[in-house]
Design a protein around this ligand. Structure first.
Ligand SMILES: Cc1cc2nc3c(=O)[nH]c(=O)nc-3n(C[C@H](O)[C@H](O)[C@H](O)COP(=O)(O)OP(=O)(O)OC[C@H]3O[C@@H](n4cnc5c(N)ncnc54)[C@H](O)[C@@H]3O)c2cc1C
Length: 414
């Protein structure tokens, strides 16, 4: 990797070494073969994909080395960065940004100038502020190092408490169950994903866990991590949210998955507009109010034609927004219009008992979203239907019939 001189001026400076920044670097290089590109990341690794960290990497089915989809987790191999002349400064925090001078200050006191910049600073796990949260044995899951530390302890008979039943919590719990661990999920809500799925779907997902031996403690909150005689985690204390007796669940390992906090401090302290809920405010080209400073990935709060200002903490959004930011940083003029999907009123089409179905979300007779379980053959087409705000049939139950042709929903153009 080439060394970076003090006070260099980069054509493209990308802050944050996650998927959004890495995708942007690829996109910029395709459009501008000569411009200097530098990624600054506070992580020790080259950019990698996070989805396997709660799935195949956590289950030790793949190692870290190699590209994701080819046995590893990385976005690109080290050779790619050399060949494409994309520099990566690792383990360096970007501590401040001067939007007038177009410079950033790094944690090692260097200053870098830029012509165009991307803020792709993503998020960090939200901490559970209860006694014992720093005990050895209490984990959070965001980085490759986090996943490595957890996977080394995931084996048969280990007693694991997962705090939080969002996507990360449930995926981690599923991986732990598949490794033979005794898993308990603690969640203050009454059921899984109350804002996302119907009770019918929640029952389905919860049933997948209980059938495999996991214990679900919905309606309970974790109030403390309790140390054993050796000073390590020995139990998680939980209390019913409705009030009542606290109890302790003995465990060897606890994993807290209660969402992320967006890394907006750098942008906010530079005077860029930050939406407290959705992150760094950008226009439909993903540019902030300061020309040539863009944001992408989890941290970008963009105007969505359907939902208003929003951000998405999803893998496909990191890629798609990274691509659009790259195009615009390199002189293009592309709006960001993207229908997100997740891997992982609802109308279920397919057979839940066979674990293959799609749940459609309909609002005011318009198809707004879909959740697919082992049923993604029509994902691109359904994305188009959602992007076009496609009206659903008057009798929405027809959507549930697998024989109903979704193509018939398309409104013919005149
Ligand atoms: C375990 C796990 C599993 C997931 N599974 C799925 C899934 O199945 N499907 C799905 O759609 N999504 C999934 N996601 C979410 C998805 O991975 C994220 O949406 C995506 O990684 C976001 O990419 P990003 O580049 O925007 O941000 P990040 O990946 O968060 O990258 C931002 C980077 O910037 C660095 N950084 C921040 N501030 C600074 C600074 N000041 N200076 C230098 N560096 C800085 C951070 O350390 C980080 O490395 C998962 C996430 C996790 C953690």
């Amino acid at each position: 990797m080439a060394t970076t001189n003090t006070n260099r001026v980069l054509d493209y400076l990308l802050i944050g070494g996650g998927l959004a920044a890495a995708t942007a670097a690829e996109g910029i290089r395709k459009r501008d073969p000569q411009g200097s590109i530098l990624i600054v990341t506070n992580e020790s690794q080259l950019p990698y994909h996070r989805p396997p960290l709660s799935k195949e990497y956590l289950r030790s089915e793949i190692g870290p080395e190699g590209i994701y989809g080819n046995g590893g987790v990385y976005v690109q191999l080290p050779d790619w960065y050399r060949e494409q002349r994309v520099e990566v400064l690792r383990e360096i925090e970007t501590t401040s940004l001067d939007t007038t001078q177009k410079t950033v200050r790094l944690g090692d006191s260097r200053t870098l100038g830029f012509r165009s910049m991307l803020l792709a600073t993503g998020g960090r796990p939200r901490r559970l502020n209860v006694p014992g949260t720093n005990l050895s044995g209490v984990h959070m899951l965001r980085t490759l190092a986090d996943s490595t530390a957890i996977r080394e302890q995931l084996f048969e008979g280990k007693r694991v408490v997962v705090v939080g039943s969002g996507f990360i919590g449930l995926e981690t719990a599923a991986s732990a169950v598949s490794k033979g661990a005794q898993v308990t999920i603690v969640e203050p809500m009454a059921r899984a994903w109350p804002n996302l799925v119907s009770p019918q779907l929640a029952d389905y997902f919860q049933g997948q866990f209980t059938r495999r031996g996991a214990t679900l403690r919905y309606g309970y909150s974790a109030n403390a991590f309790v140390a054993g005689a050796d000073g390590r985690l020995a139990a998680v204390r939980i209390t019913p949210v409705s009030g009542g007796q606290a109890e302790e669940i003995p465990c060897d390992l606890a994993i807290v998955g209660i969402g992320i906090q967006l890394n907006t401090e750098l942008a906010a302290s530079a005077g860029l507009e930050v939406d407290t809920r959705h992150g760094i405010v950008v226009d439909e080209r993903l540019e902030t109010r300061v020309a040539s400073i863009f944001a992408a990935g989890d941290v970008a709060a963009f105007p969505d034609p359907i939902g208003g200002r929003m951000h998405f903490e999803h893998w496909d959004n990191a890629i798609a927004s990274g691509e659009v930011a790259a195009a615009n940083m390199a002189g293009g003029d592309e709006p960001y219009r993207h229908v997100p999907y997740f891997f992982s009123t609802t109308i279920v089409r397919g057979d839940m008992s066979k674990n293959t179905f799609t749940a459609f979300y309909v609002q005011n007779d318009i198809l707004r979203a879909a959740l697919m379980v082992n049923d993604d053959a029509q994902m691109d087409f359904i994305s188009e239907l959602i992007a076009a705000s496609t009206p659903t049939p008057k009798d929405t139950k027809r959507l549930a019939d697998p024989a109903f042709d979704l193509a018939s929903l398309v409104i013919p153009r005149r």
